[in-house]
Write a protein that binds this ligand. Structure first.
Ligand code: ADP
Ligand code: MG
Length: 705
C-alpha cells in the first residue's frame, strides 16, 4: 500500500531514471513528491473546435492527426516536427521544435487532445499551434486528462524533469493514496476558511477552478506557518524549563565599565543591554537576538554582557563568522575594557592569544590556551567556529554570543552544550534587518532586542551611483579625501557571474583575479604615490591580519578587497567605500559594504560604480542610495527580488516559508493565534497525534533536528 511515507522506489511504475532525477531535487518519498507544488497553472479547460480558434487564445482541441513529418531545418541541430490536425470543423497545423519522438507518438489516424497557444504566422497570416501539449484520447474508455482540457499544473522544471513528466507521476499517485488523516480540528478549518487536506492535495495539483487552487494553496501555506510557529513555541517552552546559570546582575561593575567607555551609549543600546541582563539573571536559558543596523554598536553590548558574566566567575564564548572579525572583536574588548582584569582569549584556526587586561596581551600556544579555558581562568573566549570543536572544553560556560549569523543553528548550540546539565544563555547579533512578520515567522523562538538608533556623532553616508564618464572625477575626490587623512575601501566583484557548474574554488579564484587586477591598476597608474594594498580570501590568515592591522593604523591609504570585508570590519577613519561592478552584488550585501564607512565623526561616502545601464540595475542601486535605514532597504529588496535572494538559502533553509510569510502577514497572524489557542488547551499535543507526527517531519525538513 502507498502512503505518504512510502519511498518512491517502492512504487510500481516509477522508473529509475525519474527516481534519480527526483532525488537530486531532494524528493524521496510520496510526501515529498506531493509537496512539490505547482508554481502556476495554465487554463486549457475550454475545449474548442478548430473553426473557433483565434490568435492569442489558450485552448484545447480534440483532433485527428492527418499527416505528420519530421525534418531538420537549415539551422544545424534543429529538428522540426509538423503535423496537420483536423476535426469536423476544419484543419490546423501544429509544430514542435526538437522533439523528434513526437512523430512516432502521433501517427496519422490517432486522435488526441492538443493544448497550447494559438499563434499567427507572420509569413502566411495563417494560424497554427506552436509546441502544443498533446494527450492521446481513447475512444472507448473515458479517463481523466492530465495535460489538456483542464486547468493544468506547471511545475518548476529542473534538470530534465518537465511539468508533463511530473503530472504523469503525480496524478495516478493522488488516485492511489488512501485517505490521509486531517491535522486540524474541524472548527479550525472552518474558522480559518481552509479546505480539508485530502481535497486540498488533489486540488492544488489538479484544480477544477483557479479559485479552488488558490484556496488549497492557502491551506498549505497556513499549515507551514502553523507548524513553523508551533515548533518555535514548543522550543521556547522546552527551553524555559531547562536550567541555566543565573548570572546575577552586578550593577556596580556595569556602571563602572560604561563610565570608562570613550562614548556614551545610545538610548536603545542601554535598553537592549538591560533586556539582556534581565534575561541572564534567570535560572533558565536566554534565547535572544539583538538586531541593529550596521554601525549601531552591537559589539560593545556583547562586551558588557560578557564582562558581567565574567564578574560572576562564569565563561562566555563569542563567535564571529570570520577570523578577521574575531580578531577585531578581541582587540575591541582589550581596548574598551582594558582596566578590567579578566582573562580574554582569541582562538581561531590560525591563532591563539590571551590577555589579562592592562595591555598584558600575547600570543600563546593552542594547547596552553585550551588548558586555561578548561581551568576557567580565561573567562571570555572570542573565536570562529574553532570554538565549537570537541577539543574546546569550558569550565563553566554560561553565555554564547554569535555575531552576524542569523540562525547559528540549534545544532551548533547543542555542540556547545554537549551533555552539560546547565544550558548556556544564547545571544545572536545581526545587522540584517528583517521585517517584523518575517522575523516572527523565522525566529519565533527568539526574543528580540532592537537597537533603533545610530550613535549621535554619525553623519548620514552620502551615496551615489557613479557612471563610467565620472570615474576620473571620482578618483580626484578620493585623492582629496586621502590628502585630508582619510582612507578608502575599493570592493571588487567577481569578474563574471559563476556558472552553476563552477566549483567553489574557481569562483573564489575569479574574485581574487579581479582584486589583483584592480590593485595593479590603482597602485601603478592611478595612485602611484599612495599606499595601496589588497585583501582577499585566498591570502593566508597571518597576511590578512597584518594588512588589516596596517589599515587600522592608517599605514595603508586604499584597501582593495573582495567581499572578505563584508561583515563587521570597523575602521572609523575610512570614509570612502567604492564598489566596482556594484550591479553584481545583492542589495543586502551592498548595504553591508556601505556600513563599513560612516563609523566615526567624518563625513563618509559610498560610491557605486556601474557600467550597466539596465533599468532594473538602476532601480536597485537607487533603492540603496535612497534607503534611510536597513529596514527600509530590506522591504524594498524583498519587493524587488523576493526573500529567497534576500536571506539566501544557506542562512535559513526556508525561503519558501519566508515567501509565504511576506505575502501573507494575515495568515502569519492567524497561524500564531491558532498555535496559541491550541497550546492553551493541549500544551503537550497529547490529544493531537497526527499533529505530533507532522511536527516531527516538519522539524526534520527544516533541519532543526
Ligand atoms: P555593529 O553594530 O555594526 O557591529 P560596532 O559594534 O562595530 O557596530 O560599532 C561601530 C562603531 O561605533 C565602533 O567603532 C564602536 O566603538 C562605535 N560605537 C559603539 N557605540 C557607540 C556610541 N554609543 N557612540 C559612539 N560610538 C559608538
Ligand atoms: Mg558588528
Amino acid at each position: 500500500m502507498v502512503d505518504l511515507a512510502t519511498p518512491l522506489e517502492r512504487i510500481d511504475g516509477f522508473q529509475a531514471r525519474f527516481i534519480s532525477k527526483l532525488k537530486k531535487l531532494g524528493i524521496e518519498t510520496v510526501r515529498d513528491l506531493l509537496s512539490h507544488f505547482p508554481v502556476r497553472y495554465e487554463d486549457f479547460s475550454r475545449v474548442y473546435t478548430i473553426e473557433e480558434l483565434e490568435p492569442g487564445q489558450e485552448i484545447t482541441i480534440t483532433a485527428a492527426v492527418e499527416s505528420i513529418k519530421s525534418r531538420n531545418t537549415w539551422r544545424r541541430g534543429l529538428n522540426l516536427v509538423e503535423a496537420e490536425l483536423s476535426d469536423n470543423t476544419g484543419t490546423i497545423r501544429a509544430t514542435w521544435f526538437n522533439q523528434p519522438y513526437i512523430k512516432n507518438a502521433l501517427q496519422p489516424g490517432r486522435i488526441a487532445n492538443f493544448a497550447g497557444k494559438v499563434v499567427i504566422s507572420k509569413k502566411s497570416g495563417e494560424i497554427y499551434l506552436s509546441n502544443p501539449t498533446y494527450e492521446l484520447v481513447s475512444e472507448h474508455e473515458h479517463h481523466e486528462t492530465k495535460h489538456t482540457a483542464r486547468i493544468v499544473p506547471v511545475y518548476s522544471e529542473t534538470r530534465g524533469l518537465t511539468s508533463k513528466g511530473l503530472r504523469y507521476l503525480i496524478q495516478p499517485l493522488l488516485k492511489r493514496l488512501p485517505e490521509i488523516p486531517e491535522l486540524f480540528p474541524v472548527e479550525m478549518l472552518e474558522s480559518q476558511n481552509i479546505p480539508e487536506v485530502n481535497s486540498a492535495l488533489q486540488t492544488i495539483h489538479f484544480p477544477e477552478t483557479i479559485e479552488d487552487a488558490m484556496s488549497a494553496r492557502r491551506r498549505f501555506a497556513f499549515e507551514d506557518l502553523f507548524f513553523l510557529q508551533l515548533a518555535s513555541a514548543l522550543e521556547r517552552m522546552k527551553l524555559a524549563e531547562r536550567p541555566a546559570l543565573a548570572v546575577a546582575e552586578s550593577v556596580e561593575l556595569i556602571k563602572s565599565l560604561i563610565a570608562k567607555l570613550p562614548f556614551e551609549l545610545t538610548h536603545s543600546q542601554k535598553q537592549s543591554l538591560w533586556e539582556i541582563l534581565q534575561d541572564i539573571e534567570k535560572p533558565h536559558p536566554m534565547n535572544r537576538i539583538l538586531q541593529g543596523d550596521v554601525g549601531s554598536g552591537k559589539t560593545v553590548i556583547a562586551g558588557l554582557v560578557a564582562y558581567a558574566t565574567a564578574e560572576r566567575g562564569a565563561q562566555t564564548a563569542f563567535m564571529a563568522p570570520t577570523e578577521l572579525l574575531a580578531r577585531q572583536h578581541y582587540h575591541t574588548f582589550n581596548k574598551l575594557f582594558s582596566q578590567y582584569e579578566r582573562g580574554v582569549a582569541l582562538l581561531t584556526a590560525s591563532e591563539a592569544r590571551i590577555s589579562y587586561g592592562h595591555g598584558l596581551e600575547s600570543a600563546t600556544t593552542k594547547t596552553s590556551l585550551l588548558r586555561e579555558i578548561a581551568s576557567g581562568k580565561v573567562h571570555i573566549v572570542i573565536g570562529t567556529h574553532a570554538l565549537i570543536q570537541k577539543t574546546v572544553a569550558f569550565h563553566s560556560l554560561a553565555l554564547v554570543i554569535v555575531d552576524e549569523q542569523h540562525r547559528f543553528g540549534v545544532r551548533q548550540r547543542a555542540a556547545l552544550e554537549h551533555g552539560k546539565t546547565l544550558i548556556p544563555h544564547f545571544l545572536s547579533m545581526s545587522a540584517t534587518p528583517i521585517p517584523r512578520t518575517l522575523s516572527l515567522t523565522l525566529f519565533g523562538d527568539l526574543d528580540l532586542s532592537l537597537i533603533t538608533e545610530l550613535p549621535k556623532n554619525r553623519k548620514p553616508i552620502i551615496s551615489r551611483v557613479v557612471l563610467p564618464e565620472e570615474r576620473t572625477n571620482a578618483y580626484r575626490f578620493i585623492r582629496d579625501e586621502i590628502a585630508a587623512g582619510r582612507q578608502a575601501f575599493v570592493i571588487c566583484p567577481r569578474i563574471e557571474k559563476p556558472e552553476e557548474s563552477d566549483s567553489a574554488t574557481s569562483f573564489i579564484a575569479r574574485e581574487v583575479k579581479s582584486v589583483k587586477e584592480e590593485h595593479e591598476k590603482l597602485s601603478r597608474n592611478i595612485f602611484p604615490d599612495l599606499k595601496v594594498s589588497m585583501l582577499h580570501g585566498k591570502m593566508p590568515a597571518k597576511e590578512k591580519a597584518s594588512v588589516m592591522h596596517a589599515f587600522q593604523k592608517n599605514e595603508i591609504n586604499i584597501l582593495v578587497a573582495t567581499s572578505v570585508i563584508e561583515v563587521g570590519i570597523d575602521i572609523p577613519n575610512a570614509t570612502i567605500m567604492m564598489i566596482e561592478g556594484s550591479e553584481r552584488f545583492g542589495l543586502a550585501q551592498l548595504y553591508q559594504f556601505k556600513g563599513r564607512v560612516g563609523r566615526g565623526e567624518h563625513q563618509s561616502y559610498c560610491m557605486l560604480f556601474t557600467d550597466s545601464s539596465a533599468a532594473t540595475t538602476r532601480t536597485r542601486l537607487k533603492a540603496l542610495v535612497n534607503a534611510k535605514n536597513g529596514f527600509e532597504l530590506a522591504e524594498q529588496d524583498l519587493k524587488l527580488r523576493g526573500p529567497g535572494e534576500f536571506l539566501g538559502d544557506a542562512q535559513t533553509g526556508m525561503p519558501d516559508l519566508a515567501m509565504k510569510a511576506i505575502q501573507n502577514p494575515d495568515l502569519v497572524k492567524h497561524a500564531r493565534e491558532a498555535v496559541a489557542a491550541l497550546l492553551k488547551k493541549d500544551s503537550t499535543l497529547k490529544k493531537h497525534d497526527a499533529m505530533r507526527e507532522r511536527l516531527a517531519v516538519f522539524r526534520r525538513d527544516i533541519h532543526w533536528e
